[in-house]
Design a protein around this ligand. Structure first.
Ligand code: GLA
Length: 683
């Protein structure tokens, strides 16, 4: 599996001639006699890669500076003999008890001043020099010992940075925040102006007066909050790069990753992080209670592929069945684990791994499913695990292929953070809500999307959708402007292009940064009440939905070059345009100034796709997911996942890869709840 970073750094390969299959392996939780059985069962299941040692710091360094690698040597030896490759983890996500006992001030502090205790994991302040030092020491020892080991094909730094503690408000963090600000703004006057500190008389005369945005009498300066989010993401990134650089220096040929939580957590700016890994990997867990939660899975997979610059990536963790941390930990039903796994694969994953290999007997996660359940191998789950291993082996030729997309959705963590700040025009303004609304309609239409950073080169996309781009730096707005001027089609939703990077409004009427491109000028926001609905009337033939409805949001919008496509018939914006279309340069810009009902949104998206020359596939029933991967030799792999209760018949010719490559001469049935992969052309 060759992976090139989005910046084009020299490719580093995971030395594995297969689709990766396996999971987190925590042998330190079990007596040694179990390890041989583990390895034998891994072979039976087709496991070829395990993530090893993620939480083993206390076993590897039982006392400060005293190391015990004997047990790990033996585990690595067993895996190596069995031909199982290793993704070796630095164990720094769980510091030993002795470390916290000796350094109690390293315990993280929350915004309300609560000091978090030991007994879980991630009990450390991301800005603590003592923690960073101790983490660097165990990382060096580990990397020195296993550098060049033929079984170690990937380094796994830490585990889910920022999962539990992403922002710390202790004194050490405040000092580091001040340094970060001094570096960014150079002078305190520049900071005052960027933060708008004249408001509420917050003017600072020295960086030493600045605090973390801790719990305060009322809303803290939003620019301060936004910078604290940036700083906190960077503090974690600095920890990561320090460990990575140690590992790279000692073991330069083996790629390095850290497991992201793409689409699940908003704690770190993954566009910045993705540049720093050799292989992008992510963890994904379904929200069990969400209807059609496989759509959220697809979003995470598409976002991860986008972070990887379109290159194959690894699903580092998901669950075989239930997790243990949701209100009701619903078990996956027969076939669901395979559908989930192959949906990630369809969207570019070249490896499918789980948390974890063997279900724990004790500890906080003992009710979390695993590849090998408490009930052992005479179980449906184990049979499905071994069947999945065989399926992935049969799909080997697909690895390295890429997922083409003509449509991109703008995704930006700064906008997400900005929208989470308080004192907004409406509580219904929600970054994910709009992204999900657009993503879902495109998913149901069978349109594969990439996600893009707002400053990315958009030239390769026919249609760019910006559902929640609240923050618009000048350069980003210019990039979107140039994209449309040069012939692209942009569809922006409300609350896009509103503020600059310091949460200061772009003046002159909303959306200030994109007004000229969209050809509209908004004088005032007119948010709707909870449950309030307005009627939409079609104003032009561009959208074939005569009537529809809208919720959440409306605007006092005037046309300034654009044409009205839909208008509000009632509500606070009665008579005002709700959806507009503007020809700008060689391209077209749509503006959706409300939250239309799904059918109306479909009609708007169809019209924008038509402008862009994007043709959604026809004949795809709702709930049938069809994604293409394309091989370097021209082979097209059609992955079809049937989430419905009815068989689906795919027309086409090729090879049925999950049936040993059996020729298909006109039709392939994808059974209810099943998955098929049709290889077309090539070879
Ligand atoms: C995360 C962690 C794992 C485990 C799982 C449980 O992904 O990385 O160690 O706790 O959650 O779902």
């Amino acid at each position: 599996m060759a992976v090139e970073s989005p910046e084009g750094r020299a490719a580093r390969r995971i030395n594995l001639d297969a689709i990766a299959y396996g999971g987190d392996y925590n042998p330190e939780q079990w007596p040694e006699e179990v390890w041989e059985e583990d390895v034998a069962l891994m072979r039976e299941a087709g496991v070829n890669l395990v993530s090893l040692g993620i939480f083993s710091w206390a076993r590897l360094e039982p006392r400060p500076g005293e190391f015990d690698f004997g047990w790990l040597d033996r585990v690595i030896g067993l895996l190596h003999e069995a031909g199982i490759r290793i993704d070796l983890a630095t164990p720094t996500a769980a510091a030993p008890a002795w470390f916290l006992a000796a350094n109690p001030h390293v315990r993280p502090v929350t915004a309300d001043g609560t000091v978090l205790g030991y007994g879980a994991r991630q009990t450390y302040c991301p800005s603590s020099p003592e923690y960073a030092e101790a983490a660097a020491r165990i990382t060096s020892e580990l990397a020195r010992r296993y550098a060049g080991h033929p079984a170690v094909v990937l380094w796994h730094i830490h585990n889910e940075y920022g999962c539990h503690v992403s922002r710390c408000y202790c004194e050490q963090s405040v000092l580091a925040f001040r340094e970060w600000l001094a570096e960014r703004y150079k002078t305190v006057d520049t900071l005052n102006s960027a933060w708008g500190s004249a408001f509420w008389g917050q003017l600072y005369s020295s960086f030493d007066e600045i605090d973390a945005p801790r719990l305060a009498p009322t809303g803290v300066n939003p620019a301060q909050e936004l910078d604290f989010r940036r700083f906190s993401s960077d503090a974690l990134l600095r920890l990561y790069t320090r460990e990575r650089d140690i590992v790279r220096a000692l073991d330069p040929d083996v790629p390095v990753t850290t497991n992201f939580m793409a689409g699940l957590s908003d704690n770190v700016d993954l566009w910045r992080w993705a540049r720093e890994v050799d292989v992008v990997s992510t963890d994904h867990y379904l929200t069990a209670a969400a209807p059609d939660n496989h759509i959220g899975l697809s979003l995470s997979a598409d976002l991860t592929r986008s972070l990887a610059g379109g290159q194959p990536w690894l699903l580092m963790e998901h669950s075989t069945s239930a997790v243990n941390w949701q209100p009701r930990n619903v078990a996956k039903r027969p076939g669901e684990m395979a559908r989930n796994s192959l949906a990630h694969f369809a969207r570019g994953a070249d490896g499918i791994l789980f948390f974890q290999w063997r279900a724990s007997r004790a500890g906080a996660e003992k009710y979390h499913s695993a590849m090998l359940p408490h009930a052992g191998t005479d179980t449906r789950l184990w049979r499905e695990v071994t069947a999945l291993g065989a399926d992935l082996a049969a799909l080997r030729e697909v690895r390295g292929s890429i997922v083409p997309a003509e449509v991109a959705i703008v995704w930006d963590w700064e906008s997400r953070w900005g929208m989470e700040l308080g004192f907004k025009p409406s509580v219904d303004l929600d970054f994910r809500e709009r992204i999900d609304a657009y993503y879902e309609r495109l998913w149901r239409a069978g349109v594969t999307v990439d996600f893009v950073h707002p400053g990315a080169d958009l030239g390769g996309y026919k249609l760019v959708v910006a559902p929640s781009m609240y923050v618009a730096r000048t350069a980003w707005a210019e990039s979107l402007r140039a994209y449309v001027r040069d012939g692209g089609t942009l569809l922006a939703s409300y609350y896009t292009g509103i503020v600059d990077e310091n949460d200061a409004v772009h003046l002159g009427g909303y959306p200030g940064a994109l007004r000229d491109v969209l050809g509209v000028r908004v004088e005032e926001f007119l948010p709707l009440l909870k449950g309030q609905q307005t009627t939409l009337a079609a104003e032009s033939a561009a959208v074939q939905a005569a009537t529809g409805s809208a919720t959440r949001w409306a605007e006092d919008l005037a046309l300034d070059g654009a044409a009205a496509v839909l208008r509000h018939e009632d509500g606070p914006a009665a008579g005002k345009p709700a959806v507009t279309r503007h020809t700008f340069g060689e391209g077209t810009a749509w503006y959706v100034a409300t939250a239309p009902d799904p059918g109306t949104l479909d009609a708007i998206l169809r019209a924008a796709c038509a402008d862009a020359g994007v043709q959604p596939p026809s004949g795809l029933p709702d709930g049938v997911e069809r994604v293409q991967r394309r091989g370097a030799d021209g082979t097209v792999y059609e992955v079809v996942i049937n989430h419905t209760g009815t068989d689906f018949v795919l027309s086409g010719t090729g090879r049925d890869l999950l049936a040993g490559g059996t020729p298909v001469d006109s039709e392939l049935t994808v059974p209810a709840g099943g998955v098929r992969v049709l290889a077309v052309g090539g070879l």
